[in-house]
Design a binder for this molecule. Structure first.
Ligand SMILES: Cc1cc2nc3c(=O)[nH]c(=O)nc-3n(C[C@H](O)[C@H](O)[C@H](O)COP(=O)(O)O)c2cc1C
Length: 215
C-alpha cells in the first residue's frame, strides 16, 4: 500500500515515534511518503498553552463526568495554528494516511489545521498517532485525544481504523514530576515501561501497523 505519514512534532518525540512506525511499515513492504507539518511561526510552549486555556476547565470536568466528556468532545471549538505549505496538499493518491502529533490537552493546533487543509480525505482509512508526557491514562490521555481525533476526521468524511497513543516521558512545560507521581499511584510501574523502547510500546506499535497495513 501507498501510505502517507503526516506528522507535527515540536520537540521531536512524535517524530521519533512516527519514524519507527514508518520504518516498520516499510519493512512489511509498504511504500511510505512523509509530510512534516511545520508552523509558520515559532511560539513558546506557554503561549501555545495560553491560546487554549479557556478549554481547560472543560477538560478538567471531563475527567470526572462521562456525560460531560462526551458533550465536551463533540462540541468544543478546536484551536488551530497556521502551517507552512504542504508537500501533499491532496491525499487522494494514498491508500492509508497516518496523522501524528503531540497531545495538547486534545488535538495539537497544527494537526487540526492540517486536517482542515488537505483535500481528498473523504472516504479514507486513517491511523492516528499521538505522544504525550504522562502515562497512558485511559481517560485523560487516551480518550480525550482519540475521541477528538475521531470527531474531526469523521467531520472530514474519513474514518480512523487504528489509534496509537504513547507516552514520551517528556513535557516541555515541566509537568513530568507530577506525571511520574500519578503513574506510580495508577500503574505501580516506572514510566519507562510505557515509553518508546519498552516491550509494551513495541507490541503496541506492531499491533497498530498490523491493523493499518492489514485491512
Ligand atoms: C500546549 C501543550 C499542551 C500539552 N498537553 C499535554 C497533555 O494534555 N497531556 C500530556 O501528557 N502532555 C501534554 N503536553 C506534552 C506533550 O504532549 C509531550 O511532551 C509530547 O510528547 C511532545 O511531542 P513532540 O516532541 O512531538 O512535540 C502538552 C504540551 C504542550 C506544549
Amino acid at each position: 500500500m501507498e501510505i502517507l505519514c503526516a506528522y507535527f512534532s515540536r520537540t521531536g518525540c512524535t517524530e521519533k515515534l512516527i519514524k519507527e512506525i514508518g520504518g516498520r511499515l516499510e519493512k512489511k513492504g509498504h511504500s511510505i511518503k512523509w509530510e512534516k507539518i511545520q508552523t509558520t511561526e515559532e511560539t513558546s510552549s506557554f503561549i501555545e498553552l495560553k491560546r487554549d486555556l479557556h478549554h481547560y476547565p472543560g477538560v478538567f470536568i471531563s475527567l470526572f463526568k462521562k456525560s460531560w466528556r462526551n458533550h465536551f468532545i463533540n462540541t468544543y471549538t478546536q484551536t488551530e495554528e497556521d502551517i507552512q505549505p504542504l508537500m501533499f496538499p491532496d491525499v487522494s493518491q494514498f491508500d492509508r494516511i497516518i496523522i501524528a502529533g503531540p497531545k495538547w490537552a486534545r488535538i495539537s493546533y497544527p494537526v487540526a489545521r492540517y486536517i482542515h487543509s488537505i483535500k481528498g480525505l473523504a472516504g479514507k482509512k486513517l491511523g492516528s498517532v499521538s505522544s504525550f508526557g504522562g502515562p497512558p491514562l485511559p481517560v485523560f490521555e487516551l480518550e480525550l485525544i482519540e475521541k477528538s481525533m475521531n470527531r474531526i476526521v469523521e467531520e472530514a468524511g474519513a474514518s480512523i481504523i487504528a489509534h496509537l497513543g504513547i507516552s514520551s516521558g517528556y513535557h516541555e512545560l515541566g509537568l513530568m514530576p507530577l506525571f511520574r507521581f500519578v503513574n506510580r499511584i495508577r500503574f505501580c510501574r516506572p514510566l519507562k515501561d510505557f515509553t518508546i523502547g519498552s516491550d509494551h510500546v513495541d507490541q503496541q506499535i506492531e499491533a497498530f501497523c498490523d491493523v493499518l497495513g492489514g485491512e
